[in-house]
Design a protein around this ligand. Structure first.
Ligand SMILES: C[S@@+](CC[C@H](N)C(=O)[O-])C[C@H]1O[C@@H](n2cnc3c(N)ncnc32)[C@H](O)[C@@H]1O
Length: 343
């Protein structure tokens, strides 16, 4: 086991991730490539006046919860089914001067008897088996954070598994990840409805190989799930090649996006803030250029600027480097891409 530093934490773990060591099969998992996800989680948690207890439900080394405690002042408890992981968490808490509870059991079992105000579920692969138990383990108004690394399933590469696991049709191409997030939200919404509850998405994004959503559990709302067509129209019923059923309401609350961060995190947050109030779905910049019959596709930022000049909503998106979020109809998108050539 090696010693690492991340944020304000110092901790021990086994290096995992592609080409970086023993991987998930042996030892206590730590993937440095997920640092940005933890940085964002810490920054996001600071936005709340959160006074309850959070559960780091699949904690591994405990790095996520340790950082949330040290950097955002969150009261965190830890759970992992691996004995080696929970022994490591105990040592890591001591190294960081944190006193807290650690549970060595399946999070599904722990949540039969305890409730939390914020639960984080960060599994290997799909979060589907944990959704119901995590929602049931939340106090009223509690927050659920869910990571999904089964992106191939949620984002169009394995449609039959997506249908079986999430009850929805996924999509390929530029909007695939955003649609994947909306499918995950539709599944969470359906489970919450079955408990006579509702959800409010707070912050949802994709980064690297994972998707992540943060939702608040609240009163039941009668919200209709819908479908999105290949040309990004929202329709009430299933159509050929459409993705859904999906959560088509807002997935990012702009007022919860922290400001003034530097570097990669700052740029990610800025894009999230920009796209928060846009419509669902993304248009591929190359498709826009092709439809307008122009040769080389202008830079995305120039097309966004041109669409705005023509009076419609436009933003880039964290869900794809080739995607533009816009409510501009096709003729305005065509005009904009031509205008962008001259910028
Ligand atoms: C992807 S790792 C968690 C990574 C960690 N959150 C981080 O940020 O580094 C998943 C962890 O879940 C644990 N685990 C797997 N199934 C579990 C279950 N049913 N209940 C609790 N822990 C579980 C594994 O032992 C592993 O340590």
């Amino acid at each position: 086991m090696k010693e690492f530093r991340e944020g304000k934490a110092i901790f021990k773990a086994n290096l995992s991730g592609k080409d970086k060591g023993p991987g998930k099969a042996k030892g206590v998992f730590y993937n440095p490539a997920m640092r940005l996800s933890r940085d964002l989680h810490v920054t996001f948690a600071k936005q709340f006046d959160f006074s309850g207890i959070m559960l780091d439900g699949l904690a591994a080394s405990g790095i996520r919860g340790i950082r949330l405690n040290l950097e955002a002042g969150v009261n965190v408890e830890f759970c992992d089914s691996s004995r080696m992981a929970t022994e490591t968490i105990a040592g890591n808490l001591e190294m960081n001067g944190i006193k807290s509870k650690i549970y060595n059991e399946r999070v599904e079992d722990l949540l039969q008897n305890r409730k939390y105000d914020w639960i984080d579920i960060d599994p290997f692969g799909t979060p589907a088996p944990y959704l119901k138990v995590a929602l049931k383990g939340l106090t009223d108004g509690g927050i659920l954070g869910i990571a999904a690394t089964d992106t191939a399933v949620l984002c169009g590469a394995k449609p039959s598994i997506c249908k079986k696991r999430y009850g929805a049709v996924s999509m390929r191409r530029v909007a695939a990840k955003e649609v994947g997030v909306r499918i995950l939200l539709s599944r969470i919404h359906n489970i919450a409805s079955g408990m006579d509850k509702g959800i409010e998405p707070l912050l949802c994004y994709s980064e690297g190989h994972h998707l992540r959503v943060f939702v608040r559990l609240g009163e039941r709302k009668d919200i209709a799930l819908k479908w999105i067509t290949k040309d990004m129209r929202i329709v009430d019923r299933e159509e050929k090649d459409a993705g859904g059923p999906l959560w088509v309401r807002k997935i990012i609350k702009a007022e919860l996006i922290p400001e003034s961060q530097d570097g990669v995190l700052g740029r990610l947050l800025e894009t999230l803030r920009e796209e928060a109030n846009g419509p669902p779905g993304l248009h591929d910049i190359n498709d826009i250029a092709k439809a307008a019959e122009i040769g080389q596709t202008p830079q995305r930022i120039k097309i966004v600027e041109s669409i705005r000049k023509l009076g419609s909503f436009a933003s880039s998106s964290v869900f794809s480097p080739l995607g533009i979020k816009t409510d501009a109809p096709e003729d305005i998108r065509n005009q904009a891409v031509k205008l962008a050539q001259s910028l």
